[in-house]
Ligand binder design. Structure first.
Ligand code: X8Z
Ligand code: ZN
Length: 603
């Protein structure tokens, strides 16, 4: 630790004694600075990561103290680096060096001003918010206590609306005490962003996409408008089916769906109510992956091995022993952990891990592919300098595993021996069943992943007042998703706090981008491997051509603008909803037939 202090002090000296006439700084100076950063990262990175790993894996008073302290020191260090990088603002530099410096200046999610007291306060709050979520439990008056997994067990499986409502409102109790802390965090973060030269946090967050902020926001909106008719048709069908099942008394009557009956704590994936919204055409019921996992008695590790094998079939290198030894796969019974799934790059050359409380069901089977997507991305770019170790943009990082999940087709399941040829043929004979299963996650996620940061943007910019924090959340959920709260929310409610990425400060637009890009990648790769049939039947499993094309892109890390990386696979440089619309075309037609003559839309 002493060495760390000495290092910080020397860095302070360099910056405070530096000549502010930046034109005197040359490419050679910049390279020297970057080399120093690389060396520091090599030593500091793995230790800091271990501190965070312990903080999320053993939530105790002491581990949080360490995480908070580390957070404060790393914040100040990053601010120092950003200041030093800014000294080169007017220098003539190569494109690559300029990009590295820009990445260093923009590497913040929640910056504090350069002030140790504020850095400490911010780090304390962020650590506390994440721990509040990770340890979140609610006890009812009858003394029964539930954590998130216990509440989710009810929401995902129950069809009893009283029970559902109790679990839905119960989990949201954990959000209430976060509200004031969250607001203070945003206040400090906005100050920090301004000090870095941004107009605020929103500007900082949306400046990471190699294009002007406004242009990026317009792009996300443009694609949403392309996809909205598909979502609206699905929302309408699901609303009508739920009305049939539960009766009109449970529905708000304004065309929206109450959030507690969607089979997911946040209404972000509706796969658990599949059986309520689709009756198979023939005798054969759709493939039930959860049932297969349980029939085959797969344990958590075997589920991960199957996902790993998919990547290996594309030509990726095996996961190392350290991955298997150090990852967390099963929820520990004896301690508090942050169960929200994550992938970790503790030391890019030899220490990659996932942390997940795996449940033996189809949803988590998909999430395992998602997490391994992060891991194989880390593996693909670990030869790069540390500043370039990152996704082409953050959406790319989220899209890799999701891309593979689109290839979990009946033919793939047959090839790995999960189902018979007859079962695969029967599944393929009912495309609507397959597409409906995919859409209940993939299409449903589109407005949700867009609205979340629209809400955060309003809070960051101050256009949403402190009194409107919760009501604006519900206004946006209604506007984008046609979902409403099943009960009047109390004045002190802070429902966004009950979703991990809000207390965890994880930007969410990345998942929106991933939702869109995964279909663009899928379509392009299927074309590349010469697949002729409908897109939902295409699997890139075992294709070395697809694997090579994917790796070519992943190995670029963030060394080039994302559009360059995107072009490598798709041949285009912009986002488009067309691939997703192509994929779901048969479902869209079917939905429109079902909805014909019924009331759609919401007020
Ligand atoms: O947070 C995640 C991953 C970890 S990066 C499990 N996802 C979002 C969520 O759960 O809300 C994946 C889908 C969207
Ligand atoms: Zn992820």
């Amino acid at each position: 630790m002493k060495r760390f202090y000495t290092f910080l002090a020397s860095l302070l000296l360099i910056v405070s004694c530096s000549d502010t006439n930046s034109s005197t700084y040359t490419e050679a100076d910049a390279l020297e600075f970057l080399e120093r950063i690389e060396k520091e990262d090599e030593t500091l990175g793995p230790i800091a990561s271990s501190a965070y790993w312990i903080g999320s894996n053993f939530i105790t008073y002491d581990s949080q103290k360490i995480v908070s302290d580390f957070g404060m020191r790393l914040q100040l260090l990053s601010l120092e680096r950003a200041r030093e990088a800014a000294l080169f603002n007017n220098s003539e530099l190569s494109d690559s060096t300029r990009r590295k410096l820009d990445l260093i200046k923009g590497s913040f999610v929640m910056p504090s001003p350069y002030d140790s007291e504020l850095a400490k306060e911010l780090s304390n709050i962020s650590t506390e918010l994440e721990a509040m979520y990770g340890t979140g439990t609610h006890c009812f008056e009858d003394g029964e206590c539930y954590d998130l997994e216990a509440f989710e067990n009810v929401i995902d499986n129950s069809r009893d609306t009283d029970e559902l409502l109790r679990a839905w409102t119960g989990w949201r109790e954990i959000g209430k005490p976060m509200k004031e802390k969250y607001l203070r965090m945003v206040e400090i973060g906005n100050q920090g962003a301004e000090d870095l030269g941004y107009s605020g946090l929103l500007d900082l967050w949306f400046s990471k996409y190699d294009m002007p902020v406004e242009e990026f926001q317009n792009e996300t909106e443009r694609v949403w408008q392309e996809l909205k008719p598909l979502y609206d048709s699905l929302q309408c069908h699901v609303k009508n089916k739920l009305t049939e099942y539960y009766g009109p008394e449970i529905m708000p009557g304004d065309g929206t769906i109450p959030a507690h009956i969607l089979g997911n704590m946040w209404g972000q994936s509706w796969i658990n109510i599949y059986d309520l919204v689709y009756e198979p055409a023939g005798e054969q019921s759709a493939i039930d992956l959860t049932a297969i996992i349980n029939e085959r008695n797969l344990d958590e590790i075997e589920m991960v091995e199957i996902a790993e094998n998919f990547f290996l079939s594309l030509g990726f290198d095996e996961l190392s022993d350290t991955f298997w030894d150090r990852s967390l796969f099963v929820k520990p019974q004896d301690r508090d952990v942050v169960c929200h799934a994550s992938a970790w790059n503790l030391d890019s050359n030899e220490d990659l891990r996932i942390k997940m409380c795996i449940e033996k069901n189809s949803e988590d089977f998909t999430t395992i592919h998602h997490e391994l997507g992060h891991i194989f991305y880390y593996q693909a770019y670990n030869h790069l300098p540390s500043v370039f170790e990152g996704g082409a943009n953050d959406g790319f990082h989220e899209a890799v595993g999701d891309l593979l999940a689109l290839s979990i087709t009946p033919d793939y399941l047959e090839r790995i021996g999960f189902i018979s040829k007859e079962e695969a043929d029967a599944a393929n004979s009912d495309p609507i069943a397959l597409l409906m299963q995919q859409a209940l996650d993939g299409v449903v996620g589109v407005p949700w992943t867009l609205m979340l940061d629209r809400w955060r943007g309003g809070v960051f910019e101050g256009t949403t007042s402190n009194q409107e924090l919760n009501s604006s959340w519900w206004d946006l959920r209604k506007e984008y998703q046609g979902i409403t709260s099943p009960a009047q929310r109390p004045l002190d409610a802070f429902d966004p706090g009950a979703k991990y990425h809000i207390p965890g400060n994880t930007p969410y637009t990345r998942y929106y981008l991933a939702r869109i890009m995964q279909y663009q990648f899928h379509e392009a790769l299927c074309k590349k491997i010469g697949f002729q049939g409908p897109l939902h039947e295409c699997s890139i499993y075992n294709s070395k051509i697809a694997g090579e094309s994917l790796r070519d892109m992943l190995s670029l890390g963030q060394s080039v603008p994302w559009q360059d990386a995107f072009e490598k696979i798709t041949g285009t440089r912009s986002l488009s909803g067309t691939s997703m619309l192509n994929y779901y075309m048969p479902l869209k037609e079917w939905l429109d037939e079902q909805n014909d003559g019924l009331e759609c839309g919401w007020e």
